[in-house]
Write a protein that binds this ligand. Structure first.
Ligand SMILES: Cc1cc2nc3c(=O)[nH]c(=O)nc-3n(C[C@H](O)[C@H](O)[C@H](O)COP(=O)(O)OP(=O)(O)OC[C@H]3O[C@@H](n4cnc5c(N)ncnc54)[C@H](O)[C@@H]3O)c2cc1C
Length: 401
């Protein structure tokens, strides 16, 4: 049996960051992922606010950046478009990184390895048994690894949490995505010739409780649509949602002046769950040996469906608590960092989705709306602090119904 200070299960942004930071602190770290090879594909828009680098030391975008966007182009059911810049408090461009997840996740995994973490690929964690002195982790190849702490970074439908009684009633939405290549993109001019430069396209109204997008990468358009729902989805419901999301992606393409043939049979259209934030739940087990991070902990902001920065930041935070042997206060620190923000996002999302068209007109289409998004992305504003302003702007849409 191999023995470690910490075993991290899952090498997405949450797990790879956690392993990187644990190894950097001198902990004997094992990172396990069920995928046999990396880089591996993960369906994701890959939009990350640049402000993430204020929270994680040593994150170097040269290792993973595709493009940087500064504008949002909004539309309603493909029509009524508006292009607006995202701006910081002092009217500078607010920037969002566009990454391809195979490259981004591999960058983080490589950082973990170069700090001394051991990486095992192609092993699926099946069993997790915690006692007061440590945890046994069993993989599908029959190996058992023991460690002082285990971090569950195994994503939206991860098993680590449920094996130790955490997050048994998970909720999740669903998102679909396709990667559409285009020619002649260069680092100097990465933009698609028919699209606005440095802009993310967002379309509302076709998907209830969600939206569709086009995110520009270097020579690739990430086209997708997602729906966040408080109900646990049924197989039949998922089927209907899948068709709705595909139609929303087509509407978004048409709105952008692109052909829906781009989603032809040679393009894979992926589907993947997105956790739905149901409020602060226990994310550390009773023995204080098992911690959850990222999607496995339900850390997705419920208004935008954004999870990468929270995955990275919770991974780094878990590493801090493990290194300091203060795991019992990890859940409280995560609650402090994100709980209020996510609860506010949930309330705003509920109001927005009750009257989406009026909310679009009064909130999104108003240039002040994109400016607020810019300030949220730049990190100089938090939803908690501006919830009332947003509610006041959107509330007339509910009362005049
Ligand atoms: C279509 C789509 C678009 C999105 N767009 C954005 C966006 O633009 N911006 C944004 O911020 N967020 C976005 N998100 C959300 C974002 O993708 C997630 O929040 C993020 O991937 C969470 O990272 P994670 O490390 O927690 O989990 P994951 O990235 O899911 O990684 C989990 C890892 O665990 C491994 N694993 C799972 N089970 C096991 C097991 N039993 N044993 C071993 N390994 C295991 C998996 O192989 C995987 O590598 C999007 C999500 C979807 C579905």
């Amino acid at each position: 049996m191999s023995v470690w200070d910490v075993i991290v299960v899952g090498s997405g942004p949450a797990g790879a960051t956690c392993a990187w930071k644990c190894a950097e602190s001198g902990l004997k770290t094992l990172l396990i992922d069920r995928n046999a090879t990396f880089p591996r594909y993960k369906p994701c828009g890959g939009g990350i606010p640049v402000s993430l680098q204020n929270h994680v030391s040593g994150l170097n975008p040269d290792g993973f950046l595709e493009t940087t966007v500064t504008h949002l182009r909004h539309s309603w059911k493909g029509k009524d478009p508006v292009l607006a810049p995202m701006l910081t408090a002092d009217d500078k461009p607010s920037e969002v990184w566009m990454v391809m997840r195979p490259k981004f996740d591999h960058y983080l995994q490589t950082r973990a390895e170069s700090e001394g973490a051991t990486v095992i690929l192609g092993a699926r964690v099946m069993q997790v048994e915690a006692d007061t002195t440590g945890v046994n982790v069993t993989t599908d190849d029959g190996n058992v690894h023991r460690s002082r702490y285990v971090v569950g970074a195994d994503g939206a439908k991860g098993v680590v949490g449920s094996r130790v009684g955490l997050r048994l009633n998970k909720r999740w939405g669903i998102a679909r995505e396709a990667e559409i290549p285009y020619e002649n993109a260069t680092p100097e001019n990465p933009w698609h010739p028919q699209l606005e430069k440095a802009a993310c396209y967002l379309d509302y109204g076709t998907v209830k409780n969600g939206y569709a997008w086009i995110f520009p990468k270097l020579g690739i358009l990430s086209v997708g649509a997602g729906m966040l729902t408080p109900k646990k989805p049924t197989p039949a419901g998922l089927n209907t949602v899948g068709i709705t999301l595909l139609n929303a992606m087509k509407t978004q393409l048409t709105s952008a002046g692109l052909s829906t043939d781009l989603l032809g049979t040679d393009i894979k259209i992926w589907a993947h769950p997105i956790p739905y934030w149901t409020g602060n739940e226990p994310i550390v087990d009773g023995t204080c040996r098992v911690l959850l991070v990222g999607d496995a902990a339900g850390l997705v902001q419920p208004l935008f469906g954004e999870g990468i920065q929270y995955a990275v930041r919770s991974g780094a935070q878990a590493a801090r608590h493990i290194a300091a042997d203060t795991v019992s206060s990890y859940a409280d620190s995560i609650k402090l960092m994100f709980g209020g923000e996510f609860d506010a996002a949930n309330r705003v999302a509920k109001l927005f989705h009750r009257t989406p068209y009026l909310s679009y007109k009064l909130g999104v289409k108003n240039p002040a709306g994109t400016k607020l998004v810019g300030r949220l992305m730049s990190g100089d504003l938090h939803l908690e602090g501006i919830e009332q302003r947003i509610m006041d702007r959107l509330r007339p849409s509910v009362t005049t119904r």
